[in-house]
Design a protein around this ligand. Structure first.
Ligand SMILES: [Zn+2]
Ligand SMILES: [Zn+2]
Length: 158
């Protein structure tokens, strides 16, 4: 969804037409060699002039810590699966946890409150949507694995 910045206020503008995603109408379109999308013009939402706003990418530490959790959990599950024990139980447990991991995997979303605040990008749970990744369900599922797999972090506790 394209956004327009008017100083400290932000508009969103939506159309279902994928070829018509420019949220401002420029005063003139200029020659094609300047064919970056028009950056400045009349906002198609509120009709005031504004600048097209690109929502910043996710911070590197958000990506890194999500990746660290995913990696840790995958290793912990596969370590647990290889331990001797009740093979039927462990097999089903592993299958369930791998499925949970995938259902509650990370998804990048853009959050816009509609009250004019700047839109932001977040890494949330694909299933729980409003919860940041890893969500409580996933942290709860992961927690018992810390007893036989090192380097679990306290922030991953449910
Ligand atoms: Zn506007
Ligand atoms: Zn979730």
């Amino acid at each position: 969804m394209p956004f327009v910045q008017h100083g400290g206020r932000f508009c969103s503008w939506y159309t279902s037409d994928p070829l018509d995603q420019i949220p401002v109408t420029p005063a003139s379109w200029g020659p094609p060699e300047q064919a970056e999308w028009p950056r400045y013009g009349e906002c198609r939402s509120c009709r005031e002039h504004g600048t097209v706003y690109e929502v910043p990418a996710l911070a590197a530490d958000v990506i890194d810590s999500a990746a660290a959790f995913t990696r840790w959990l995958r290793e912990a599950i596969s370590h647990h699966a290889s331990r001797p024990g009740d093979p039927a139980f462990v097999g089903h447990r592993t299958e369930a946890d791998v499925a949970l991991m995938s259902w509650h995997g990370p998804i990048e979303l853009i959050i816009f409150d509609g009250h004019g605040h700047a839109p932001s990008r977040v890494l949330n749970c694909r299933e729980c949507r409003s919860a940041s990744y890893p969500c409580r369900t996933l942290r709860m599922m992961a927690a018992p694995y810390r007893f036989d797999w090192l380097d679990h972090r306290t922030e991953w506790l449910p």
